[in-house]
Design a protein around this ligand. Structure first.
Ligand code: CA
Length: 227
């Protein structure tokens, strides 16, 4: 499991501790010291998860969390709030601001890593290494393998990511724009019709076992995986 994680923390020692542990766990880490810095980085590359300190030099982390939750492009980024405050009321305020979880300083890096894993599994299952099976179609993220009814299927890297996303989010319809955000990530230079091209390739790759019929076109809305 390798994700892009943004650590927003103004205390250098704590930021270093978190970043080193995340990198050790195989994640790619970006660092920000203020909410403004974080905001600029998020606009450049959408992270998979944000570890967000409450007490920042410019504005409180809760303000940034609320801003992200109000923004269509960034409202789904999982956030773990980090803070020295431990009172019940503060926790409620943090969760109200849109945080997915909350961790109180001092914390053990092991606990933070476990929380990050749990939040990603819940909010972004396409980023985990869990094996998924739907109607005889099996996708193994760790081995990067797909098989249909026991037959190995050959997918390109983008089709693999696309299928992984669909299989972890069955039945829900996604627009081309949403798929670009979720599967391509930073899609500034990618056109919406690119999605159609890769959907076509994905269906072709699934044809040998007849699983191409799982990927449905929903007219005027987008695509979905319908088991
Ligand atoms: Ca701080």
């Amino acid at each position: 499991m390798s994700s892009d994680i943004l650590v927003v923390e103004d205390e250098p020692a704590i930021q270093e501790l978190i970043a080193v542990n995340l990198e050790h766990a195989g994640h790619r880490v970006q660092r920000a010291h203020t909410a403004a810095e974080a905001d600029a980085l998020i606009r450049e590359v959408r992270p998979d998860l944000i570890v967000l300190d409450w007490m920042l030099p410019d504005v409180p982390g809760t303000v940034l969390a609320r801003k992200l939750r109000a923004d269509a492009r960034n409202k789904d980024i999982p956030i773990i709030m980090l803070t020295a405050r431990a009172q019940e009321q503060d926790k409620i305020e943090g969760l109200d601001a849109g945080a997915d979880d909350y961790i109180t300083k001092p914390f053990s890096p092991k606990e933070l890593m476990a929380r990050i894993k749990a939040v990603l599994r819940r909010r972004a299952p396409q980023l985990t290494d869990d094996l998924i099976k739907i109607n005889g179609l099996e996708l193994d993220p760790a081995a990067h393998r797909v098989s249909g009814a026991g037959t190995p299927l050959h997918l390109g890297p983008t089709e693999f990511k696309l299928l992984h996303f669909f299989m972890t989010h069955p039945e829900r319809v996604y627009s081309r724009m949403q798929l670009l955000d979720q599967v391509w990530g930073d899609h500034v230079f990618v056109e919406e019709r690119t999605v159609d091209v890769h959907i076509r390739r994905l269906r072709q790759s699934l044809e040998p076992s007849g699983h191409d019929c799982l990927i449905e076109t929903v007219r005027g809305a987008g695509y979905r995986l319908h088991p």
